[in-house]
Design a protein around this ligand. Structure first.
Ligand SMILES: CC(C)[C@H](C(=O)O)[C@@H](O)C(=O)O
Ligand code: SF4
Length: 489
């Protein structure tokens, strides 16, 4: 970051503008800057020690009004009206409830319409807004950057720091433009963009950077699509991901519970309009991706960067020149029980998971439902559909999506993180293989010994129909040109 005295004179990026606006104290001699935090999101996994720390120090929560909690990771997705059977999960949830009560934090508990995955709940309430700083003890906090907010995942000791002071010491970052121009073909979605970006720059490619997604393909994405992309910035190793706010952002926000109203709304929009990166501002790095030629994308390995177009075969590690990457690929193929050269489309799965903070908003469910409507699930498949929040679940039900899923043979569950990481009973058994709309495919991520292929909701749906990794293009060869799929937005 440049010296504060030059701030108003030189062209700045979106990220720099938000940072500068929140600067409480500039770091000197390599010490971090102190940044003001506008919104602190809390869940059960990373908050207990932070609350304990406050309690031990006899400190109150500095701004309960800027802090909001939800239950998501450990919550069951069945029988939510009964006591949580798993002892660890029950303890986590009960601890969160006690802590929120004691420190005056608003909590959306199981059964509440706003309960759900923390990164689905913030935007749906209109709490996530352009130009603000957002933190949460959760790496996928980057999701909120889709609104032009600066949103970081933080560790538990930082959670305590924010609880106590509403500020956070943060090291300056570099900026990277990810420019995606062109038009996505029907059947190709935001998820395919981000999987392709990570395959291109690698899981460490974004390290030290805040990514700004730009270009005509990004501008034409819905807020849901932008959230999907920003969500996975962390899988490229980035500090955060952002998209400049525009009319699509404002249309999404307007009328939401915590969005400004009346004159405040007009004032807010006038300010938000100033946030976009100035002409002439420079990024420390730029990556370019062509949306026109992008195909549905899928991972074959055990990190989110190990992905290819669905039309390609499983890569051969022998073709990888970097020795570390080569041995990682060999290990990944062994764990995934895959043979180099096998067409990705021949890979048979037994589980399909439609959910997670990457792809569990109502638009994701709609896109998948459109594909499976009137069809039957392939034999031997178990499909879990887990809405991102209780509100998403109700919205989907009002549209009859639940019926489409259950008629198809899928299970319609209650909201939460669920099989994204299996902190509840929703897990893969050893050796099971899953097409999953989530964001991580590490060994054992969805259950010990489980194998994960990261996919878009459209690929998840087509895979459930055919039983092997598939996209809508495989269901209807003309789809590439003709289908008007919502998921492409
Ligand atoms: C449990 C939580 C700390 C973790 C994260 O930070 O991302 C989880 O949400 C995940 O996706 O692995
Ligand atoms: S849905 Fe998955 S990635 Fe998102 S917060 Fe929950 S566990 Fe983490």
């Amino acid at each position: 970051m440049n010296d504060a005295s030059t701030l108003s004179e030189r062209p700045r990026t979106l990220a720099e503008k938000v940072w500068d606006k929140h600067l409480v104290a500039k770091g000197e001699n390599g010490t971090p800057d102190l940044i003001y935090i506008d919104l602190h999101l809390v869940h059960e996994v990373t908050s207990p020690q932070a609350f304990d720390g406050l309690r031990l120090a006899g400190r109150p929560l500095r701004r309960p009004d800027l802090t909001i909690a939800t239950e998501d990771h450990n919550t069951p997705t069945l029988a939510i009206d009964r006591p949580i059977a798993d002892l660890t999960s029950r303890t986590q949830i009960e601890t969160l409830r006690r802590n929120c009560e004691e420190f005056g934090v608003r909590l959306h508990s199981l059964g509440d319409i706003e309960q759900g995955i923390v990164h689905v709940v913030g935007p749906q309430l209109g709490l996530t807004q352009p130009g603000i700083t957002v933190v949460c003890g959760d790496s996928h906090t980057s999701t909120h950057g889709a609104f032009g907010a600066m949103a970081f995942g933080i560790g538990t000791s930082e959670v305590e720091h924010v609880m106590a002071t509403q500020t956070l010491p943060l090291k300056a970052f570099k900026t990277m433009a990810i420019t995606v121009d062109g038009t996505l073909r029907p059947g190709v979605t935001a998820k395919d963009i981000i999987l392709a970006v990570i395959a291109k720059i690698g899981t460490g490619g974004g390290q030290g950077y805040v990514l700004e997604y730009r270009g005509s393909a990004i501008r034409s994405l819905s807020m849901e699509g932008r959230m999907t992309i920003c969500n996975m910035s962390i899988e490229a190793g980035a500090r955060a991901g952002m998209v400049a706010p525009d009319q699509i952002t404002y249309d999404y926000l307007k009328g939401r519970a915590h969005a400004p109203a009346g004159q405040d709304w007009d004032d807010a929009v006038a300010y938000w309009d100033t946030l976009a990166t100035d002409d002439g501002a420079t990024f420390d790095a730029e990556v370019i991706l062509d949306a026109d030629t992008l195909e549905p994308f899928v991972t074959w390995g055990t990190n989110p960067g190990q992905g290819v177009s669905l039309s390609e075969p499983v890569p051969n590690p022998a073709d990888i020149s970097d020795a570390n990457e080569r041995s990682a690929a060999e290990r990944a193929l062994e764990y995934m029980d895959l043979v180099a050269g096998t067409p990705m489309k021949d890979i048979r799965v037994d589980t399909v998971f439609l959910g997670s903070c990457t792809n569990s908003r109502v638009e994701d469910l709609r896109a998948a439902a459109e594909i499976i409507k009137g069809k039957k699930m392939a034999d031997g498949i178990r499909m879990l559909v887990v809405p991102g929040s209780a509100r998403v679940r109700l919205e989907a039900e009002a549209e009859g999506l639940d019926k489409i899923f259950t008629d198809f043979g899928a299970e319609w569950r209650f909201a939460g993180c669920s099989m994204c990481l299996g902190m509840n009973p929703d897990q893969l058994a050893p050796g099971e293989r899953c097409a999953s709309t989530s964001n991580r495919n590490f060994e054992g991520r969805q259950g010990k010994g489980g194998r994960t292929h990261l996919v878009s909701p459209l690929v998840a749906a087509a895979t459930a129909i055919r039983g092997t990794l598939s996209s809508p293009w495989d269901l209807d060869p003309t789809a590439k040109n003709d289908l008007t799929l919502d998921g492409a937005k």
